[in-house]
Design a protein around this ligand. Structure first.
Ligand code: ZN
Length: 353
């Protein structure tokens, strides 16, 4: 999100450049190349549909803020992705249902370079339910260390993120209790070798993670990446000794059909996000309040409501929203918590609390 200091200074005028996809700190790592925010380019309707739940788009969706060069899909490429979706419908129908719980999944093929992810350019936007692939996505014959084709693993990994669109699983105490100790153990093992996680990641030192039941050291970078990587590990049933606790959470939630509340909160969040983005802050506030009535522990709801209230000039309300969100995910989601904590501090200073 835009720094709170700027919002306070601007008296509620918004500069949309840079706002929006900072919504999720982790997601921004993948989206460096897609951070110019413009209104949708007027493209309408489906280009092609897969089972109604997936749309192969060669034009940007109506409500999207994506600003990328798009390529056309051809039959071979559609078939390539469709085969992976068929596989998912057979192996993990709950996972697929979760990823499409509040509307179809838009899949884009881009020519835009993304230097942050040179191997196969990917980005996801959970609030737009989109997935972006580049031409080299269609390469095959590159198995990872577990014998799973790189592209197929990546596809399941990204769907795993989309399957938890408003962090109902990722920010849950159950997931935190299951995964935080695993990550802490890996960090301790690495520290004993004078390494931290990022150094290990850039050195492709996956062994310390594998020894603790994560498929890659990248999985230990955050609770969300752990969720995505372990989802892929369970999906492909790889030869890995996954700890029982995270496996149980995945099977009970990530691989299960979404509940009505899951879908309702996702739908509310996406509508509220669009309203916020379009400057309809009263609408955003009303939608988020409805969502929080449905589930008062909806951390991302309080989080976005904080930004909405700030835009409405209600800094005190924003302050309270963010304190609530910190109580809900402060111990669970350190990256997002640090963003919220610094926003709270900025408001505290400006209010002279
Ligand atoms: Zn990921």
């Amino acid at each position: 999100m835009q720094p709170v200091r700027e919002l306070l200074a601007k008296e509620h005028r918004i500069n949309w450049a840079g706002i929006g996809d900072g919504m999720h700190v982790i997601a921004t790592l993948w989206m460096v190349a897609f951070c110019a925010f413009l209104a949708a380019t007027g493209a309408k309707a489906n280009d092609a549909a897969y089972d109604g739940a997936v749309v192969f788009r060669s034009t940007v969706a109506e409500n999207s803020t994506l600003d990328i060069e798009l390529s056309d899909w051809n039959d071979d490429r559609r078939r390539f992705v469709s085969a992976m979706i068929d596989d998912m419908l057979a192996r993990a129908p709950g996972l697929f249902a979760r990823a499409t719980q509040a509307g179809p999944l838009n899949i884009y093929l881009t020519t835009t370079e993304t230097p942050s992810h040179p191997a196969a350019a990917w980005a996801r936007r959970r609030h737009e339910n989109s997935l972006i692939v580049r031409h080299d996505f269609f390469r095959t014959g590159h198995p990872n260390r577990f014998g799973v084709d790189y592209t197929h693993w990546l596809f399941v990994h990204e769907i795993a993120h989309l399957a938890d669109p408003v962090d109902r699983i990722g920010q849950s105490p159950a997931w935190s209790d299951a995964i935080v100790p695993v990550i802490a153990n890996i960090e301790a093992d690495l520290a004993a070798q004078n390494m931290n996680l990022r150094q290990a990641m850039f050195a492709f030192r996956d062994e310390p993670a594998i020894a603790r039941g994560l498929p890659s050291v990248y999985a230990a970078i955050s609770i969300h990446e752990a969720l995505a990587e372990l989802t892929a590990a369970v999906y492909f049933d790889i030869d890995l000794d996954i700890a029982p606790a995270p496996r149980a959470v995945l099977l009970e939630h990530q691989f299960a059909l979404p509940t009505q509340t899951d879908s309702a909160l996702t739908d509310h969040y996406r509508r509220a996000y669009r309203a916020y983005r379009d400057g309809r802050f009263d609408d955003a506030s009303a939608i988020l309040s409805e969502a929080i009535d449905l589930d008062p522990t909806f951390g991302m709801g309080h989080y976005l409501l904080g930004y909405t209230h700030l835009q409405m000039g209600e800094a005190r309300l924003a302050y309270a929203d963010w304190q609530r969100s910190l109580r809900l995910f402060g111990d669970i989601d350190p990256l997002l918590a640090s963003e919220v904590a610094s926003s709270i501090e900025t408001i505290r200073q400006s209010l002279g609390k």
